[in-house]
Structure formats: C-alpha cells, structure tokens
Design a protein around this ligand. Structure first.
Ligand code: ARG
Length: 588
C-alpha cells in the first residue's frame, strides 16, 4: 500500500467531480511539519485557477464531497487552499497488522500492472579488468533492477560488455606471441590472470614494435571476417575476462550472471542492416566518406549539427551503430515497455542521439520509454577523479579488498573476542555494504567524494549504521526469550496498537516503505530508499528510547504490539537493504 497514492487518487477523483479538468491532480505530499498533519494536498490552488474560482472556496466545496473518514481523523484547510490530512491511529494500527502488512512487503505496490523492463548496466570493456569507473553503473543498476523485480515487473538485465573493436587485435597478437615463445603451447591462461598487466604489455608492444602493430591489425581483419583460429583466441580471452567480472560481481553481491551478458559482438550481423535501413529511410548522408545522420535536434548554438556517425570511412561500425541494433532488438524481440541505461553522464549526448534516431527510423515501438539514467564521477579526497596513489586507475578487486580489510580492523577493535572467521565474515558484509551504500545514498546525478572513514562510520547515513540497527533489534528478540518469541499472526495478540507519539512516527514510517520503493522504480534514484531506511532506523531508535518493550510493568498487549513494531522494522530494514544489494547480520 502506498498512502500517498491512496490519498492522491481519492482527492484527485473528488476534484474531478467538482469539474476540474483531467490534467489536474491533488499533488499529495508528506507534510513538512507535524502541525500540518501527516500529508498535505497542494494541488487545490492550481485546480482553482483552472476553474477560475477562489482556492479556499474550492477547498471548502472539496471537503464537503470528500470522505476520508475511514483513514483520517481530521482533514482541514490551511493557508490559501492547502488541505492537511491527519491520519487515524486506529487506521495506522490496522494497516500494520498482518496479513495486510505482508501484502505491502510483497508484490508490486503501485497501480498500472507489471511491465517488461530492460536494465542495461555494468557493461565493462572486456579488454581490461573492471576498475572503479564501472562501480557506479554496476551498483546503481543492480539496485534499481532489484526494486523493479520486487514490484512484480519482468526485469531483463543486459550486460552490454565491450568485447569487440581494434584493441582485441592487439590482445590476440600478444596471446599468440606468448604461446609461440612457450614453444607452441597455446595456453596463455596464467598470463591472463592479470589482465591489466597483459593489456599494458600488449599496448606497449603495439606502440613500440611496428611488426607487432601490423600483426595486430591483421588480427582485427581476421577476427571480423570470422577466421576460426583468431576467433578461438578471442573467445578464450573473453571467457577469462568475463570470469574476472564474475568474481567482482560475486564479491560485490551483484545479481548479474553469464546469462545476462549480451555483448557488443552479438549485434555484429545486424550492423550492416542498421545502416542500410537508415539509408532507405533517407536519414543518412555521406560526409568525408563516413555515414552520418544530421538531426536538427542536435543543432549547436553556431548552427552546426553534431552528427551521429554510424559507419566510418573504410566501413567500420561504431558504438552508436551497436546501440541502435540493441535498441531494435530490445523493442522488437524482448518487447520491453521501458529500457533504462545506467552510464556516466558523459554519455548523455550519445544516448539522446541514438534514442532520437531510433525513433525516427522506426526501430522502436512508439510507446516504449527510453531512459538514460546518468551518474556523476567518483572523486578522490582532493576532488579529482579517483586514482591510486601513483595516479593509476584503481582496480575494482583492489578497492573491494581494501574495504574488507578496513572493515576487518574495525570489527576486530569492537569484538576482539570473536573467532577470526566470524570477524572476516562480518567484515565482508560490512565492508562491501559500506562501499555500495556510500554510492547508493547520494543522488546519482552528482559527483561524489569517496571517503573510507565516512562510509565505514557506525554513525550517520551509512551501511554499518543500518546493519547495526538491524542487529540491535535482533538482540532485543534474543533478550525477549530464547528461542525468540513467535508473535501470533492473527487474533488479538497480533494487533499493533499505536498510542505514543514515537510509536505513531515509527508506524507511519513503516507504512511509507512503498512510497520509497515506488520512487526508486520511477526515477531510478536508489538514494530515496537509503534516505527512507536511515529515517526508519532513526525513528526506531527514538521509539526504543521512549517506549520500553521488555521492562517490568509493561502490559503484555503493549509489549507484543511494540515487539511487532520492532519486528516489522527489522524486516523492513532487511528487505530494504536487500533491495540495495546489501546484506544484514544477526550480530555484529
Ligand atoms: N561499455 C560501455 C562503457 O564502458 C558501457 C555500455 C553501456 N551500455 C550501452 N548500451 N551503451 O562505457
């Protein structure tokens, strides 16, 4: 259930009964201050303008027709025509009582039914190992995929890895020459264990040795023409590189698998068709030997147009050509309703161009929604792009290893008595959770500064804080009885009864879970869910201080109601963090 949606639907309907045009909505939002109630409707002024009437007068007529008595104890007009809604404690209590609450934690909450959604994320270039530049796409895309799936949508993950292009000629040439040095033994797997070094060596030879460079160029041609031996080397390289990625995904707890890989090379056979179809539609012109689309939409201030190049002089295809083929496949074969792309903001123009061109060419169905979800850079402490101390790119495996090592030190300080393997396990969950959460909790549109101390802090909007809040609730249950009391699911004992103000605040927050997930689903902004979980944990801490649970003298029904609130908080933290791809622990 989404309270905001429920109120919005009902007030909007009432406005329409009063003659407001279809485009007018109630614009319901949570109230900024408690004296304004729990929610407020802000759309009355705009509606009055449309109806050419006085907003307060419209608000008065609205209250006469609107019946919210089942959910609200008070609905009042404020200021120039705001409507403030105070929800009933009884209704909050009921809504949290099973089986209702479980309905709210499963299945999709927003109306409109299930859609099919492609999520294009991670997409590393397989010529090298994954580095920090791939972290944001991988983490944010995965969280959004999980949220949409949780809501009941059909999610198709697409890992659009870069496995094609001239670099592979150079890499194959290096593989072949190592095999030859090994006396023809063709297994170069050991050298490929460190792809970064392998790439650097190949690049150096390409730059320094003309013969090697020529061989590399030959290999590109052979690869493209389907030469079997060349393909076999390439395939071996790709396999090993994908293994590297999978190791990173596994360590990160990212849900991508081999089945989600749909590489650039998968579209090879369609690239010539893409170009000829664009030509047939009159969308291309030849410019200095290249095939280009000049669309008015991309006119610059000086009147020139930034072209979309789909075929280079000499016949080679480009990144944009492959993306056009991918769009056609996603629309007509996967038949998706939405396609979301998580890449850094520098690719914004690229996506606007391919989306526009794909629509003009009729490569995608009109009703499909194409959404680039850009993100900013990950910066170092100095505000410059994140680098190693010596100025190199940071490999993702190294970053994750450091996260776990730092977390291990912290865990050891806090719990020196725990056996080492347990401390290692906690450190893994905390360290990886911290890195992911630090990224997810910021609005992805801006750059963010990577800082070990803040992300690993047990205070503030961090993963360790939320994981700790969860473990703390679990410890309440351990204290309450061993085995922990099973709360009745029905009958009088199952009821939650919201009385105290801290209980009310917590109850309200618990019921707003769907609002948070809906907003992630719509806008692709996981930071909304992070903020929600952080506030939930804060509300719980205040509740726990103000409302004793296990103290002597607390009546049994009050105790059970509070235990139920605590249990729901733990479940919500676990589910919410789970949607962000972050695990919790029973103790830490
Ligand atoms: N391989 C690309 C890169 O590293 C990202 C791929 C994004 N997806 C896409 N369909 N273009 O920048």
């Amino acid at each position: 259930m989404n309270i905001r949606q429920l109120l919005d639907d009902r007030i909007t309907a009432a406005l329409h009964t009063l003659g407001a045009p279809e485009t007018v909505t109630a614009i319901v939002k949570p109230s900024a201050r408690p004296e304004f109630g729990d929610y407020q409707a802000n759309g009355i002024m705009a509606a009055a303008k449309q109806l050419k009437t006085n907003p307060r007068e419209l608000a008065t007529r609205l209250l006469a027709t609107l019946d919210l008595s089942d959910v609200a104890e008070k609905v009042e007009i404020a200021g120039p025509g705001f409507i403030n809604i105070h929800l009933k404690n009884g209704w909050l209590s009921e809504s949290l009582t099973p089986p209702l609450i479980r309905g709210g934690r499963e299945g999709f909450s927003s109306g409109g039914g299930a859609s099919t959604i492609v999520i294009d994320y991670s997409g590393p270039n397989l010529a090298k190992e994954m580095h920090v530049g791939h972290l944001r796409s991988t983490i944010i895309g995965d969280a959004v995929a999980r949220v949409l799936e949780f809501q009941g949508h059909k999610v198709i993950r697409q890992n659009h890895v870069g496995d094609w292009g001239t670099q592979f000629g150079m890499l194959i040439a290096h593989m072949v020459s190592i095999a030859e040095q090994n006396g023809g033994v063709s297994d170069v797997a050991p050298q490929l264990a460190d792809l970064e070094t392998f790439y650097r060596e190949a690049k150096k030879r390409f730059d320094d040795e003309p013969d090697f460079a020529n061989t590399a160029r030959d290999f590109v041609v052979k690869l493209q023409s389907g030469d079997a031996e060349c393909r076999a080397h390439w395939q071996q390289f790709i396999d090993i590189s994908l293994h590297h990625c999978e190791a990173v995904y596994e360590r990160l707890g990212v849900s991508l698998t081999r089945a989600d890989v749909k590489p650039e090379s998968a579209y090879n056979d369609d690239l010539a068709n893409v170009v000829s179809d664009l030509q047939a539609k009159g969308l291309l012109v030849e410019d200095q030997g290249a095939q280009c689309a000049f669309l008015d939409e991309f006119k610059n201030k000086d009147g020139s147009i930034t072209p979309i190049i789909v075929q280079k002089t000499g016949g080679g295809y480009l990144y944009a050509t492959t993306d056009l083929a991918a769009l056609r496949y996603r629309s007509s074969v996967l038949n998706v309703d939405r396609a979301l792309y998580f890449t850094d903001a520098r690719q914004a123009l690229h996506f606007q161009q391919v989306f526009t061109l794909a629509r003009k060419a009729g490569f995608v169905r009109d009703e499909i929604s194409l959404e680039h979800m850009p993100f900013g850079n990950m910066l170092g402490e100095d505000g410059k792009p994140f680098k190693t101390r010596t100025g190199g790119t940071v490999k993702l495996v190294d970053l994750l290893a450091e996260a776990e090592e730092r977390a291990f030190t912290l865990v050891t300080e806090k719990n020196p008595e725990l056996p080492e393997d347990e401390r290692r396990a906690i450190a893994h969950t905390v360290g990886i959770g911290a890195v992911k959460y630090a990224d997810l909790s910021k609005n992805r549109n801006s750059d963010y500064i990577f800082n070990w101390e803040t992300m690993l802090s047990f205070e503030g909007n961090t993963a360790p804080y939320l994981q700790y809040a969860y473990a703390r609730i679990k410890s309440i249950f351990r204290k309450a009885g061993n085995p922990s009391p099973t709360l009745p699911l029905s009958g009088a004992g199952a009821n939650i009864s919201v009385q105290e103000s801290a209980e009310r605040t917590l109850a309200m927050k618990l019921l707003q879970f769907a609002e948070a997930t809906d907003s992630v689903a719509k806008e692709g902004l996981p930071n909304h869910l992070c903020t929600y979980l952080y506030e939930l944990a804060g509300n719980f801490m205040s509740f726990y201080e103000a409302c004793p649970i296990l103290k002597d003298g607390v009546a049994e029904d009050v105790r059970n109601s509070r235990l139920r609130l605590a249990d729901l908080t733990a479940q919500t933290l676990q589910t919410g963090l789970g949607l962000l791809g972050i695990a919790v622990m029973e103790r830490m």
